[in-house]
Write a protein that binds this ligand. Structure first.
Ligand SMILES: [Zn+2]
Length: 166
């Protein structure tokens, strides 16, 4: 788990411009450049809003699914705290067919008390998500914010709200 505050840092360096990002390439795992990022994909953790789901639990679950680490780049908890789990140009594991051209952002929740899909975002989560999307838009001006369910072939409700309308 990587803990970061803004301005965003990648691999220990402050990200000031795209050129700096391009130097952060991990062989085989990195997108080819900042212009490769076309989507900022928002997800929910599909956990109940009254059940805490920590980054540590997520890491365990994702490793159990065979991932090297958490599949998302960012995770936003109900209290608005943000953790980063992959470098910006690192290929994630969150959207089949789109991992090489997207950043994955997940918020904690997405299911109501009864386990039904719902927009369970807290005001803190909404604010943090907005700030994060704005920051990522500055770094990746051509990338479009979408919900996971907006991508073709996705049959889930994730992230349980209309990202483009919001
Ligand atoms: Zn999703």
């Amino acid at each position: 788990m990587i803990q970061e505050t803004f301005p965003m840092t990648v691999g220990g360096d402050e990200v000031l411009n795209e050129r700096m990002l391009l130097t952060k390439v991990e062989s085989g795992l990195a997108m080819r450049g900042a212009d490769a990022v076309r989507f900022l994909v928002v997800h929910c953790s599909a956990t109940r809003c009254d059940c805490p789901y920590t980054p540590e639990q997520m890491l365990r679950d994702h490793k159990a699914r065979g991932f090297r680490t958490v599949g998302y780049h960012f995770y936003i908890r109900r209290n608005g705290s943000l953790t980063q789990h992959r470098r910006l140009l690192e290929v994630g594991a969150h959207a089949r067919g789109f991992n090489r051209c997207s950043i994955g952002i997940c918020y904690e929740g997405g299911l109501d008390h009864w386990g039904n899909p719902a927009d369970t975002r807290t005001p803190q989560q909404k604010q943090r998500l907005r700030e994060l999307l704005q920051t990522l838009h500055r770094i990746f001006p051509d990338a479009m914010a979408v919900g996971h369910r907006d991508l073709p072939g996705v049959k889930k409700d994730c992230p349980c709200f209309d990202v483009q309308g919001w």
